[in-house]
Design a protein around this ligand. Structure first.
Ligand SMILES: [Zn+2]
Ligand SMILES: [Zn+2]
Length: 101
């Protein structure tokens, strides 16, 4: 008695649309919502950890110079990446090899 009202073993009801799904379905066949209890709690914690670490990187990025820019060794002026000479003292960009022909 009562077995008729039991769900098939392992089946589950969607918490969103209340559709009964099979045990092997990991998502609701109707609305694709996650099977209750199959949600991965690791995801949220890993995401928060990731965002925390990436946030640290973002903080470092604030102190970074714009990409490709360089600082003059002589006068410490920051020059743009496309500048091959210091805009202030015309010192050669460090690492710039003179293009000898
Ligand atoms: Zn559903
Ligand atoms: Zn300079």
């Amino acid at each position: 008695f009562g077995d008729k009202f039991k769900q098939p073993k392992g089946s589950w009801n969607c918490s969103v649309c209340l559709l009964q799904n099979k045990a092997e379905d990991s998502k609701c066949v109707a609305c694709q919502s996650e099977k209750p209890g199959s949600s991965v709690p690791v995801t949220s914690s890993s995401v928060s950890a990731f965002s925390a670490s990436s946030g640290g990187f973002l903080d470092l990025d604030k102190f970074k110079m714009p990409e490709g820019s360089w600082e003059c060794e002589v006068c410490s002026v920051q020059n743009k990446a496309e500048a091959t000479k210091c805009i202030a003292c015309e010192n050669m960009k460090p690492g710039t090899k003179a293009e000898l022909k």
